[in-house]
Design a protein around this ligand. Structure first.
Ligand code: GLC
Length: 449
């Protein structure tokens, strides 16, 4: 980690903005992704945020993670939202999820009923490598958290992989984190929602963000249809696996699981625990990703629709995440890099990495996960490219990401057509926490992950 004296002036003001953003979003024990649009604590956001906090408020990093795991269910599931305090400015809130009183639910906090990509093992591994990671407080905290993160991974392997393939499925597009990716369109469109209630008037997101940047009402109706189905199934994964029209083995989710498994092995060693079970899980997942989700003809990774038994042949930035997991051969890496520099950039001088390939008909430069650039994806891409020896490309992604944040601020996502000469737009909400937190990490820590 570099000291603040080594950070160039422009980046110092970016750092200040990042810290102000995180401070402004802090709420007595946890951080909101953004006060305007997301007034609770979100799962993978919380991991990225904790990493940013570790640079200047390390005791808050501990509080952030501890607050997140207050929501952990008795069966190990880590929910995608913790509703620590009521807030009417969000839909769907706890009254829609109806998880209170579930035997397997959280005894401490009201939560949603689905999860998000696992991040805490690799976030804690990274914090462990910072100076704060050497303190007794942090080491004690790692011992506290290890069994909880292990339980989270065990939940995925025992409840989300019915055939024992090594690939876990997501049961809602919100579990992917890449919520509105066109990869889920076909599966969602196939859901018969005739006669199902219209939820458009309940939406709160459209009060603060342009509808052009957000999912459609037809999509929202399907999102809530799935939630109602989960309630009917008592949130039991085996019942949901039998009945739900939406089951996807997601490439981003499984790649992040691999990266987290690897980090969990390191944490296990640090606390003197046995890591053989984690290593067994992981070996199966790595093999299955490269067998089932890699398409040799296209030279790309795709998610798999488990319900309809078909590969989802649509190029999105999630297809690069096996790089982050460190599991690609040189030949695979080179084909991915080819796609990246040809299809995930909008033109000469423009920025990587669009969330959907520009040559996909579904590409939309301003709509949520259908084209815009996201900082967390770029951060994982940066590390994935480095891990595979593409250092120059990796540094390019990092510089472009920092330049976007410097010029435009801590937006949730960015129009990829934005360049130095074409003042572009930050999209979604401003004051977005993970953009700030990951900027701090990109500036301060050049170690590979
Ligand atoms: C959006 C993103 C999701 C994130 C949430 C809170 O819904 O798609 O990944 O967790 O916002 O920031």
């Amino acid at each position: 980690m570099s000291s603040s004296e080594n950070v160039p002036a422009a980046l110092r003001s970016l750092e200040e903005l990042a810290r102000d953003t995180l401070d402004g979003n802090w709420r007595d024990g946890y951080t909101l992704p953004s006060p305007k649009l997301y007034p609770f604590q979100w799962n993978w956001d919380s991991g990225f945020i904790a990493l940013g906090l570790a640079y200047y408020h390390p005791e808050r990093a501990i509080e952030e993670i501890r607050s997140m795991f207050k929501g952990q269910w008795k069966n190990g599931m880590l929910p995608h939202i913790n509703f620590h305090r009521p807030d009417p400015n969000y839909f769907p809130g706890p009254e829609v999820w109806k998880t209170s009183g579930l035997p397997q639910g959280s005894p401490q906090v009201a939560t949603s009923g689905i999860t998000q990509p696992p991040v805490f093992a690799f976030i804690m591994e990274r914090i462990s490598a910072l100076p704060f990671g050497q303190t007794a407080d942090w080491k004690t905290f790692v011992r506290e958290m290890f069994p909880k993160i292990l339980a989270q991974h065990r939940h995925l392997y025992t409840h989300r992989d019915p055939e024992g393939e090594g690939l876990v499925y997501i049961q809602h597009n919100w579990e992917a984190g890449t919520d509105n990716s066109p990869a889920y369109d076909a599966a969602l469109d196939a859901i018969d929602v005739s006669g199902f209630r219209d939820v458009s008037s309940l939406r709160r997101d459209l009060k603060t963000v342009d509808a052009l940047h957000r999912p459609t009402n037809a999509n929202y109706q399907r999102y809530i249809y799935l939630v109602d189905l989960f309630i009917e199934c008592g949130y039991q994964d085996d019942v949901i696996a039998r009945r739900s029209p939406f089951l996807v083995q997601d490439i981003l989710f499984n790649s992040m699981l691999v990266r987290s498994n690897q980090a969990l092995v390191t944490l296990a060693k640090a606390v003197g625990a046995d890591s053989s079970e984690i290593e067994r899980w992981n070996a199966r997942t790595v093999a299955a990703i490269n067998r089932k989700l890699w398409d040799e003809e296209a030279g790309f990774y795709f998610s798999y629709d488990l319900r309809h038994q078909r590969r989802i042949q649509l190029k999105t930035s999630s297809g690069f995440m096996p790089l982050f997991a460190g599991i690609c051969t040189t030949a695979q890496r080179d084909r991915l890099a080819q796609h990246l520099t040809h299809s995930f950039v909008t033109g000469v001088g423009a920025n990587l990495c669009t969330s959907t390939a520009v040559d996909e008909p579904a590409f939309d430069p301003v709509k949520y996960w259908r084209g815009p650039i996201w900082v967390n994806v770029n951060w994982m891409l940066h590390h994935g490219l480095r891990r595979h020896g593409l250092t120059e490309l990796a540094n390019g992604v990092k510089q472009q990401t920092l330049a976007l944040l410097e010029r435009h601020g801590m937006w949730e996502y960015f129009d990829p057509r934005t360049t130095a000469t074409r003042p572009g737009v930050g999209l979604g909400t401003d004051a977005f926490s993970w953009s700030a937190a990951l900027a701090l990490d990109l500036i301060r820590n050049s170690n590979a992950l």
